[in-house]
Design a protein around this ligand. Structure first.
Ligand SMILES: Cc1ncc(COP(=O)(O)O)c(C=O)c1O
Length: 256
């Protein structure tokens, strides 16, 4: 702020931030995710709003995997789309997605499927095989995938850096949007900043929609987010370890 970075910035985020997110995601998922695909957003929530605005028209059919944090399925409703739900089930005490049932619901007239994994509120995590099956099906029918991946770092197996992600498996041309946030792995809830990974072809439309939603992110917030994502890995690791210990305690303590 003292350096005078208190004016409008750029709608999709400053290049230094988009590059930092691109470097982070590329390292995390083992493939290049170019800065041109990154759109910084005024929060994970506004990423969800803009992703829906990019894809949906009134009357479109959306399928959501539920249970789901209610904000996620309200957005398409606000935009006049209709939302059908495919529920997870509990198999052997674990939340489970019946992929065949989901694919059956993803008919050719479906515009978009919404999947939040790791999931709020259940903690369910999708697996890599299911991601591949869903992507192949959506590719065939031109269905958009909206993946809310804000909790991807909150996987507690120390052997993995993140939960399975659509970012590992999309192919160029796939209709996939991943929404992410600085609120979770970096605990920056009040700073209000997140990002989307979008197909590059959507960047111009995203620029316009950001203009009409929040116009740009406060620059000191972009600086802080860049610092967090470039230098915060030790903090993220410490938080994951702490939450992992808490989870273990809870799970063991709740066994009969
Ligand atoms: C699944 C999920 N997605 C997105 C968000 C949005 O987070 P924020 O708007 O703070 O980035 C939340 C917040 O709780 C969430 O639980």
């Amino acid at each position: 702020m003292m350096a005078g970075e208190t004016f409008y910035s750029q709608n999709l985020g400053r290049p230094y931030l988009r590059q930092a997110i691109s470097d982070y995601l590329s390292a995390l998922h083992g493939r290049t995710i170019a800065p041109e695909r990154i759109a910084a957003t005024g929060s994970g929530m506004s990423g969800l709003q803009i992703a829906n605005q990019l894809v949906l028209s009134p009357g479109d059919r959306v399928v959501a995997v539920t249970p789901l944090w209610p904000n996620i399925s309200e957005v398409p409703l606000i935009l006049g789309a209709k939302v059908d739900r495919v529920s997870l089930s509990i198999v052997d005490g674990r939340w489970t997605l019946d992929v065949a049932r989901l694919l059956e619901a993803l008919t050719p007239d479906t515009r978009m499927v919404i999947i939040n994994s790791p999931n709020n509120p259940t903690g369910w995590m999708i697996d890599d095989e299911s991601i591949k099956e869903i992507l192949a099906h959506c590719r065939k029918y031109g269905i958009w995938v909206l993946a809310d991946e804000v909790y991807e770092r909150l996987a507690y197996d120390p052997a993995v850096a993140s939960a399975p992600s659509f970012m590992r498996h999309y192919q160029d041309g796939d209709r996939v949007i991943s929404v992410n946030s600085f609120s979770k792995a970096w605990s920056m809830t009040g700073w209000r900043i997140g990002w989307m990974v979008i197909p590059e072809a959507l960047a111009q439309d995203a620029t316009k929609l950001v203009e009409y939603n929040f116009s740009c992110i406060f620059e000191p917030t972009q600086r802080a987010a860049t610092k967090a994502i470039r230098e915060g890995e030790a903090e993220v690791a410490a938080m994951r370890a702490k939450l992992g210990r808490t989870r273990k305690l809870l799970v063991e303590g709740s066994r009969p």
